[in-house]
Ligand binder design. Structure first.
Ligand code: ZN
Length: 138
């Protein structure tokens, strides 16, 4: 069995951003040389997510609005976590959107269902953060 590891780094311009990272993951798979296996993609921070869904601008905006309703950033002081920091909402948004995605690799490609794409969801950005890509197989 072969294995391959790579980190993808981000420094988003805003507190919250949603980035389609499918191409970066496909490049990692190509570098790995693995044709049949499993690809794990996980956020390495507790205030960001990796998730699979459709790349559609309306949907991304809907997600963002929905997450802000569930865990609004303001008022910052309403959260017990926000003593000396202001990212309690980002921890909660990450919990809802998930830590990781696992996608099968078949014939050297991500074996997606219709419209599936891999996203990095940032909820406390404007600093350097990373995503782990781990690929195993043969
Ligand atoms: Zn925190």
């Amino acid at each position: 069995m072969k294995s391959y590891r790579e980190e993808l780094w981000f420094n988003t311009p805003d507190r919250r951003n949603y980035i389609n990272i499918t191409e970066e993951v496909e490049k990692a798979i190509a570098k790995s040389g693995i044709k049949e296996g499993i690809c794990l993609v996980n956020a390495m921070h507790i205030t960001s997510s990796v998730f699979v869904n459709d790349d559609e601008s309306g949907l991304i905006a809907d997600y963002d609005e929905w997450l802000e309703k569930l865990a609004p950033h303001e008022p910052v002081k309403k959260y017990r976590h926000n003593v000396g920091e202001d990212n309690a909402d980002a921890h909660m948004k990450r919990q809802i959107m998930g830590r990781e995605s696992v996608v099968a690799i078949t014939d050297g490609k991500l074996d997606f269902g219709p419209w599936e794409q891999i996203f990095y969801g940032e909820f406390d950005g404007r600093r350097r953060k990373r995503v782990l890509v781990k690929i195993i197989g043969e």
